[in-house]
Design a protein around this ligand. Structure first.
Ligand code: GUN
Length: 287
């Protein structure tokens, strides 16, 4: 079957160019602050990509790098400073935190001013998109990866309303929020996870299959029906480089459309982050 590649790199470039154009007319430039605690190699790559993207579109960038042995109070003091700083419009604490601080992640999310929460993780923002209706939903600070997926489907005119969407993975970062956003777009949604019995029974029915489990090549042709649209959220470092959660070569002849890894969901996450910085800038009364 001839398949469409859902090119996140291309769409993200288009979105970034739109943002760059808007910002070029602003007297005051929006600002993003990123806190990175410790030196997780994958996080360092993500943070560098975010920095490059900010530089490209003209968003001011502040990186606060803290050592692995940072005390919790120091992290909260920094968040507090950034919450008060009118020049900081977006605050992002890169996850995961180091093992010794991992239990703080929820508190960190709560500590960020919801108007500056460009990750869309704060319960205030989560509550907003859980209870929003219709076109107002898109004005909210939506979580970057889940909303990036929706935007990619929309760009390629993939119908969502009335379709059966199966999400594999229930993380707070991807699986849970993307299921809610697809529900808001009138999909019929099932979430499968590590305790689901016979995952393939569900995935084989899916019109849209979103996979976010963090296991290389978890999904092959035996999990899907012919004609499905597949979105692969996984980025797993293996001996043969970065691979997704979906075995691309084994499913590609059965799918209507599929995201590549890399170049699919990853660049969309960053494009939506930049959009969120702009939304946050306006939410804080700038124009
Ligand atoms: N780690 C991996 N993805 C993300 C993300 O979207 N936001 C934050 N804060 N940390 C992450």
């Amino acid at each position: 079957m001839e398949h469409i590649i859902l090119d996140g790199k291309l769409l993200s470039r288009k979105i970034k160019n739109g943002i760059k154009e808007s910002i070029s007319n602003f007297a005051v430039k929006p600002g993003l602050a990123v806190i990175e605690v410790g030196s997780d190699p994958a996080s360092e790559v993500y943070v560098r990509n975010k920095e490059e993207a900010c530089n490209y579109v003209g968003i001011r960038w502040e990186k606060i790098k803290m050592p692995e042995n940072t005390q919790p109070e120091q992290i909260f003091a920094e968040i507090d400073r950034l919450n008060r700083d009118p020049g900081t419009n977006g605050i992002l604490v890169q996850f995961p935190l180091p093992i010794s601080l991992k239990s703080l992640e929820e508190k960190v999310i709560y500590a960020i001013d919801p108007k500056k929460d460009v990750d869309g993780f704060h319960p205030y923002n989560v509550g907003q998109y859980v209870s929003c209706k219709g076109s107002t939903c898109k004005n909210l600070l939506l979580p970057c990866t889940p909303y990036g997926i929706v935007r990619l489907l929309e760009e390629y005119r993939i119908p969502i309303a009335g379709k059966y969407a199966v999400i594999v993975g229930r993380s707070n970062l991807s699986g849970k929020p993307v299921s809610l956003l697809l529900l808001n777009h009138d999909a019929t949604v099932t979430i499968c996870h590590s305790k689901t019995l016979n995952i393939a029974d569900y995935t084989k029915q899916a019109d849209i299959l979103i996979v976010a489990v963090g296991k290389p090549n978890f999904i092959d042709e035996s999990f899907i029906k012919t004609g499905v649209v597949v979105v692969d959220v996984g980025i797993n470092l293996t001996d043969s480089g970065f691979v997704g959660d979906v075995n691309f070569d084994r499913v590609k002849d059965k799918v209507t459309a599929i995201t590549p890894v890399p170049g699919g969901v990853g660049p969309m996450t960053i494009a939506i982050l930049l959009e969120n910085v702009l939304k946050a800038f306006f939410l804080q009364g700038n124009h």
